[in-house]
Structures are given as C-alpha cells and as structure tokens.
Ligand binder design. Structure first.
Ligand code: SF4
Length: 492
C-alpha cells in the first residue's frame, strides 16, 4: 500500500496517476492535509519516502515572477512537482514511462497546442520542437512524442476544413444493444427488454433533434454521428424516420462526415443497410472487437465471427466504401496469438479504418485475470503493436489517439484510417475545438463559447457542457428540459 498526502487537493490528481502508473498493482491511499509542511509526501513499498516543500519546487521551476496570473504560476508549480516526483519514481523503480509525466487522456491536444505555438515555422521545424518539448518538459519517449506529433499534424489538416466559428457537429445516441457485453463501459440497455419503450424514446429523440435544428438555424453541421449503444437495433422503418428527421432539419451541405455506428453485426440486416444507403451517410462502423468465437461467447456478445464477415461483405456489396472496425486488445482469455489471428482475418476484409482500444486492466481483472496482471500488461502491449503493424500493412495511418484514465499501464487507443477516410467526429470529441450538439439519453453537449466566461470559482472557461440524463425513462419524461438547457448557452 502507498500513502500519498498532499497539502492541497489540486495536487492529488497528477500525483495519484503518476504513482499508479509506476505501481499498477499497489493500492494507493490519498489524503489532503492542509496543515502538513510538505506540498506532497508519500511512502513507497520497501520504506523509501518522498517529501517535497513548496520552496524546493519553486526553486526547481526557475523564475516564476514573470508569470502573468496566479493560475499560470500554480500550473508551473504543479508541472515542476510532477517532474520532480517522476524523476524520483524513475530512480526508485528503475523504469521509465513511455508517456512520461503526461497523465491526461489527450496527448495530441498538447501536441496540437505546441504546434500552433510554432505556426510561423516550417512543419518539420515545428514538429522537431514539439517532439523536443515532449521529451524535455514531460519526459515522453521519442517514439510516443513522434506518434503524438504525427497524429496532431494530420488532425490539424483535417480540422482546417471545418467551419469552427459557425459550424458544429451533431451527435445522436441510441442507447440500446442486442445484448449487453460484460465489459461495456457505456450505458446501454438490451433491446428485447425495452421493445415497448423504443417508440416513446424515438418520439422524444426526434423532438430533441428538431429542436436542435431550430436552435441552429443559420448554422450548418460539419459532421453527424449516430452512435450508442447500437443504432442498428432500431427497426429499418425507425432508422428511416430518424435519418429523415436529421436530413429534414439540418442543412447538410457542409457535412464532411456522416457516420452511423452500426456496431454489433447481429443487429445489421440488408433492409437496414439499404435504408442507410438512401441517405447521405458517408461512414459506417461494423465492430467485431475480436474474431475469436470463444471470446465473443465469454463476454456476452451474442454474435458469431461469421456474422461479422457477412455484415461487412453485405455492406460492401451495397456500396459502403468507408467502413470502420473496432478491436479491443486484452479481452478475457485472449493472448497475443488470438490477436494475431483476429488481425489476420480483419486484414482479409480490409476495412477503411480500424480503431484499436485497450481493455482497462481494472476491468480485465474482473474476469479472474488478477494473477496475470503483469503478463497481461506485456500481452496487451504486444497486441497493440501487432495492430499497428496490421494497420500499416492495410495502408491505414494513425489519425487520432487517446489514453485511458485509471488503468495500469500506459496504453493508448489509436484510430487508423486511409487517407480522407478518418473519422472527423472522433477527432473533434478529443480536441474540443467545436461545438457538439448531442441528442438522446446520456448524450453530452459541449458548447464552445465565443467569449470565455468566469465560473463562480474564478476559473476562465470557454466550454460549457450540458449532459442529458442517462436513464431512458427519465429522458423520455424530461426531454423538454434537456432541450431548454442547451438553448441557454448556444451561439453566445
Ligand atoms: S455493443 Fe458496445 S455499447 Fe453495446 S453493450 Fe456491447 S460494448 Fe456496450
């Protein structure tokens, strides 16, 4: 057990995640003690202790007197504290972390900010400096710094096509699935149990979509994403009504991407795909997660490997030329050879984009794999590397990346795509560069304000979140309230 004690609450997040990354298997207990002298103190297994005072951190951070605001000064202190702690943990454990001191989930956002700072330089020079900053300021490995930069450069080019000022993205959520996979981290409900409520849900959803359409008159969406859950759990006629409502209530002439996340192969039929083809949908997702039948059975994904292939080839036959596939590394009972076999089968199908997620070890542990945590870590690393190789062989390039919170290990989830087939919405959700208006239970609207505002605590923000209620029945009952809340902030 490791005890971490901080003088102020604001230091606990970074310290906790850094310690956890070095000691994935240790229980960490945190507390905040405003009376303690040191800024942060902790004891490690084996007895060694770390304790550091504010004066020591300030001395290491260099001249802070030039900092314009108190907030900037505090940020600098936090960054230096994390660096000092990292060096200590590195020395104690004799290990390094590929992502260094970066504990957040979006390293590409940081890479993008750095690249923007060097905008006046050539791209090669801007990348060189950003990689240098990742290495020197955050102790990120050369390989990961290059990956973050490569993706940020690609994202920047993709995002340059968007209308940030007046455009927005539309998200529509369908919270039903054919069955609930045991590792699922979304809020999803089995369609069979909700059959008699789907119509009421759709009624509320279409009402919200129409209202968003009205609120955004004069503004055109750059991307539309129907996700979930599994949108194709809707019947063909219901899907038709949904897509019709979207096309009738928004001017889609600016849309660069319109995705329907078909998701589960067992929900896809020719009739539903034919309906989707009638509309200007540019991209669909058919997600195997794995091509190992034993795993699908184990995790409650009630479909077969053959159904995945059938759905994929059916979609191709109907003319879908941008199909994404999602895979998960580290599913229960799988080792690197299972992933190799899955990748071999995926390669045969040749999707246009591939998204590779790592299953959080915390979750993997639920499947009785506690005993092999260490093995699991290296297995997942190997699986992720194999997936990167496979993507390269198919001609797909990495275009977005995010890391997972609260997991042991330094894994990242990466999206790979053919040129011009990248999922723009995926980037937008990560980079928070554009307003996302979201409809449906549990959907989260993010509104980018033209002018920043100050919160009650004095913090300056330019993004307001409006979360819809997750509970389906509550959503149906309270949809008017969900609509009203969005209107308060929109286009301000
Ligand atoms: S298909 Fe996806 S959203 Fe649905 S239960 Fe499985 S993991 Fe969750």
């Amino acid at each position: 057990m490791i005890k971490v004690s901080s003088k102020k609450n604001k230091y606990t997040y970074n310290v906790y995640h850094l310690v956890k990354a070095f000691f994935p298997n240790e229980e960490i207990i945190q507390n905040v003690d405003e009376k303690q002298e040191s800024l942060v103190a902790l004891n490690l297994p084996g007895g060694s202790c770390f304790s550091i005072a504010l004066e020591e951190v300030e001395a290491a951070a260099g001249d802070l007197s030039e900092m314009e605001t108190e907030e900037a000064k505090e940020q600098a202190i936090k960054k230096e504290l994390t660096r000092l702690l990292y060096r200590y943990l590195e020395q104690q454990t004799r290990t390094t972390l590929a992502w260094g001191t970066l504990t957040g989930v979006r390293p590409t956002k940081l890479a993008m900010t750095k690249l923007e700072q060097y905008e006046s330089m050539t791209e090669a020079e801007a990348v060189r400096r950003t990689v240098g900053a990742f290495r020197d300021e955050f102790f990120v490995s050369e390989e990961k710094a290059q990956l973050a930069c490569e993706i940020a450069v690609r994202e920047k080019k993709l995002l340059s096509k968007l209308d940030y000022k007046d455009g927005f993205s539309l998200y529509v959520g369908i919270p039903f699935c054919p069955s609930v996979c045991s590792y699922c981290s979304f809020s999803s409900s089995p369609i069979a149990e909700w059959k008699d409520k789907v119509e009421s849900y759709l009624f509320a959803l279409l009402k919200e979509i129409r209202a968003i359409g009205k609120m955004s008159e004069g503004h055109r969406p750059d991307s539309v994403y129907i996700g979930g859950g599994t949108p194709t759990t809707l019947e063909a006629e219901q899907m038709d009504r949904l897509l019709k409502t979207i096309t009738e209530n928004f001017d889609l002439s600016n849309v660069l991407e319109f995705t329907v996340e078909a998701g589960r192969p067992d929900s896809i039929t020719e009739e539903k795909l034919a309906v989707i083809r009638k509309y200007p949908v540019t991209r669909i997702s058919i997600n195997p997660q794995t091509m190992q039948q034993k795993t699908l059975d184990l995790v409650g994904r009630n479909h077969t490997v053959a159904q995945t292939k059938d759905a994929f080839y059916l979609a191709r036959k109907l003319g879908f030329d941008n199909i994404n596939m999602d895979l998960i590394a580290g599913l229960p009972g799988e080792d690197a050879s299972d992933m190799e076999d899955t990748l071999r089968q995926v390669e045969e199908m040749h999707p246009d984009s591939l998204t590779v997620h790592a299953l959080a070890i915390k979750r993997a542990a639920r499947y009785g794999q506690e005993g092999r945590k260490q093995d699991l870590h290296s297995e997942i690393s190997q699986m992720i590397m194999s997936a990167a190789d496979c993507a390269k062989r198919i001609g797909l390039q990495p275009y977005y990346l995010y890391r997972q919170k609260n997991i042991a290990g330094n894994f990242e989830n990466v999206g790979y795509a053919e040129l011009d087939k990248a999922g723009i919405y995926n980037i937008l959700i990560m980079e928070e560069k554009q307003t996302i208006l979201a409809a449906g239970a549990g959907a989260s609207t993010k509104i980018l304000l033209k002018d920043p505002i100050r919160t009650d605590s004095g913090k300056e923000i330019n993004l307001v979140r409006c979360e819809n209620v997750k509970n389906i029945m509550e959503y149906i009952d309270r949809v008017d309230e969900m609509i009203e809340r969005k209107g308060e902030w929109l286009w301000r």
